[in-house]
Design a protein around this ligand. Structure first.
Ligand SMILES: Cc1cc2nc3c(=O)[nH]c(=O)nc-3n(C[C@H](O)[C@H](O)[C@H](O)COP(=O)(O)O)c2cc1C
Length: 158
């Protein structure tokens, strides 16, 4: 199975989760590439697309929240998963799974993954799995046990 994982990450936590998901997928013999949402990797030959983003202001990062992340010491970026979703081909045929990172749980923490799923649903794309990984603060790191859970989630997708 050919898997493309596309992530957006300011402090490295979403990317860290993606790397753990890759370990899980590889343990089931999947071939996995991780790309950056800002560079818009090609979708040719992909069986499973996994999109991952940090939750900003209860949803997907936007230009203003990206600037805030940069001001807090995160990587600078002007584009990401939200823009990538706009540019996805209308005839997307591969399966899609989504994840995010969050500092809180429950309704008021929001979820970038839910926002991705909502946008995909509008385009009639079904998401086969969705999860959130907890970080201990805005800058991280991932909470205890989350790297293991990400590996298990990856294995379950394969
Ligand atoms: C501008 C901004 C807004 C945020 N808003 C939320 C939020 O609404 N809910 C939440 O759980 N975490 C929020 N966070 C924390 C991020 O989820 C956290 O920084 C992110 O998961 C870290 O992932 P990264 O290292 O991949 O960027 C926010 C962070 C920033 C910088």
């Amino acid at each position: 199975m050919n898997v493309l994982m596309i992530t957006e990450s300011y402090f490295g936590n979403t990317r860290r989760a993606a790397e753990a998901i890759r370990v899980g997928l590889q343990s089931r013999d999947a071939t996995v590439t991780i790309g950056d949402a800002a560079t818009g990797p090609a979708l040719t030959g992909v069986d499973l697309l996994i999109l991952g983003a940090p939750t900003h202001n209860m949803g997907l990062p936007k230009p203003a929240s990206r600037r805030q992340a940069h001001e807090k010491g995160g990587q600078a970026s002007t584009t990401g998963v939200a823009e990538l979703l706009e540019a996805l081909p209308g005839d997307l045929v591969c399966r899609v799974a989504v994840f995010d990172t969050v500092t809180g749980t429950g309704f008021f923490a929001g979820s970038a993954a839910k926002a991705i799923e909502k946008r995909l649903r509008r385009r009639s794309v079904t998401v086969i799995a969705r999860t959130s990984f907890l970080v201990t603060s805005t800058q991280g790191p991932l909470a205890d046990g989350e790297v293991d859970r990400a590996e298990q989630w990856g294995a379950s997708l394969a």
